[in-house]
Design a protein around this ligand. Structure first.
Ligand code: TAP
Length: 493
């Protein structure tokens, strides 16, 4: 039986008045798993009004950090207790593998615990600015936070926004991607079992064009935090200009993974594969451009293809699958179109390139691990984010050229260097214009570290203390300890 999902506003599960429904499907076999409402503009505005009123009431925003931290710990414990169910839902709805979904759920609960701890360790500054003038620098919640998340990490991207936004004392409205609402709904069911006050957290299921746009435009929203495509990020910035709300954007990438001739080749191959094929390449930080030094090119490509060929593609809920499905038919078509473009541009397709339609995968959205060589820097497959299991392999002569090719992109989200010469590796990674970088590994990161990009990859940082800052205002309070008149306008002079 398909589940009928609802909106969650002011502590109530509500049907939308809009009769249109979004079918939520399992991308591994196209089975319909739920029907989701498509919130109207008025329903989204109602969610914003409730968030504004709970914020102003102080029921959450004026709780002490210790009290708020306690609720965040309760949420983390609920996620832990329901980890298996959340993992299954994520696999079912997104198509990723169990191993990937387990890691996401573990990261989600860890993020709530991290922000609970950070909140209790955040202390205000105070200093004597002048004689008898005591200054305090305090952090305050921003107000109402609109959180818009994509489909590639449905629970994790939601939590990376919800945990710091709630920790800071904001009231929130979450808008998941239309096609992947399942774990967000479960998360809100878990919130109901904690002491999070009613009306602090709303869930609006709906389209980007209506619900997302309403959140971005609203004068009653103080910050909109978005993860997704650069194109929509630009639209959100324009919509947000009306009340000059804060905009935090984590956007796309075309990240370089540089391998020098002195690298441990097996290690570089291993992380090169992980860098692009984890999440079937539907990861903002994917290492989608491999840059190989000319003299190891043949050896590297041979080993890389041999291993990529052996990747077991299949349904996420099969423990043997190493790479899952593409999230939707529409997105699969977009990836296949890029593969066609690559061929027409004259790149050499040396592995994959086809939809997989055999061995029980006929009904799902599966694409072979795909490798292009002989590419040039002006090709669209080299410049544009494909967001699928497709890698382009470029070459370079020396350190200078490696840096030039790595930075020859509009994006600046991530990048990596492989070399056994630590000094060179650090020298080069410092020149890569990107916010999330690695030396001799790929994709390894922690909740303490700031997450975000340079150039068209975004504005602002998630996670760590930087992520909490995103959702806080900073205020100075100047206190006269021994008040005296200023006599600035003294009519007698
Ligand atoms: P986007 O269109 O960017 O969607 C991301 C989120 O934004 C979804 O919740 C979407 O809602 C919402 N949205 C869409 N239009 C909006 C608007 N005008 N105002 C406010 N919110 C809006 O991503 P997509 O269509 O799913 O994927 C397209 C491409 O984006 C991908 O191929 C990939 O290159 C990139 N992408 C990047 C990332 C990351 S993490 N960097 C993640 C996903 C996608 P609905 O979809 O529900 O309408």
């Amino acid at each position: 039986m398909t589940k009928h999902l609802k909106l969650y506003i002011d502590g109530e599960w509500l049907d939308s008045v809009n009769p249109d429904r979004q079918e939520v499907i399992n991308p591994a076999n196209q089975e319909v798993i739920a029907q989701a409402p498509q919130a109207t503009k008025e329903e989204t505005e109602k969610a914003i009004r409730i968030a504004r009123s709970t914020f102003e009431s102080g029921i959450w925003s004026e709780q002490t950090p210790g009290e708020r931290a306690e609720v965040l710990y309760q949420i983390a414990n609920k996620i832990e207790a329901h980890a298996e169910e959340l993992t299954e839902l994520e696999v079912l709805n997104n198509g990723k593998t169990i191993r990937e979904a387990e890691a996401d759920v573990a990261d989600a609960l860890h993020t709530f615990r991290y922000y609970a701890g950070l909140l209790q360790n955040q202390t205000d500054e105070t200093f004597e600015a002048e004689k008898d003038l005591q200054t305090m620098i305090v952090k305050e919640p921003m107000g109402v936070a609109g959180l818009i998340v994509p489909w590639n990490f449905p629970i994790l991207m939601s939590v990376w926004k919800i945990a710091p936004a709630l920790a800071a004392g904001n009231s929130i409205i979450l808008k998941p991607a239309e096609i992947t609402p399942m774990t967000a709904v479960k998360l809100y069911e878990l919130f109901e079992q904690t002491d999070l006050p009613k009306g602090v957290a709303q869930l609006v299921l709906g389209t980007g064009a209506v619900a997302g746009q309403t959140l971005s435009e609203s004068k009653d929203v103080d910050i909109v935090s978005f993860t997704g495509s650069t194109k929509v990020g630009q639209q959100i910035m324009q919509a947000a200009a009306g009340n000059l709300k804060k905009v935090s954007l984590e956007l796309g990438g075309k990240s370089p993974n540089i391998v020098f001739n002195d690298a441990d080749i097996d290690l570089a191959v291993d992380y090169g594969l992980f860098g692009i094929f984890m999440g079937a390449g539907q990861v903002c930080t994917s290492g989608s451009r491999l840059l190989i030094q000319e003299d190891i090119y043949e050896t590297f490509v041979e080993k890389f293809i041999e291993k990529a060929k052996a990747i077991r593609v299949g349904p996420g809920n099969d423990k043997a699958s190493e790479m899952g499905a593409i999230v939707s038919n529409k997105h699969m078509d977009s990836i296949m179109e890029y593969i066609q473009i690559g061929k027409e541009e004259g790149a050499h397709l040396v592995l994959g390139g086809k939809r997989i339609e055999k061995d029980g995968l006929e009904k799902g959205f599966f694409i072979e691990p795909t490798v292009f060589t002989n590419v040039t820097s002006d090709m669209r497959i080299v410049r544009e984010e494909i967001f699928g299991p497709v890698i382009v392999i470029q070459t370079f002569k020396d350190e200078e050229e490696a840096i030039h090719v790595a930075n020859d992109t509009d994006y600046g989200l991530a990048g990596a260097v492989f070399s056994t010469d630590q000094a060179k590796a650090v020298r080069v990674i410092k020149k890569v214009r990107a916010g999330i970088t690695w030396v001799n590994n790929y994709h390894l990161s922690s909740v303490q570290s700031p997450w975000g990009g340079y150039k068209t990859s975004g504005i602002g940082r998630s996670l760590g203390k930087y992520g909490l800052d995103e959702y806080q205002e900073t205020k100075q309070i100047n206190i006269s300890m021994n008040p005296e008149r200023s006599d600035w306008f003294d009519g007698e002079k």
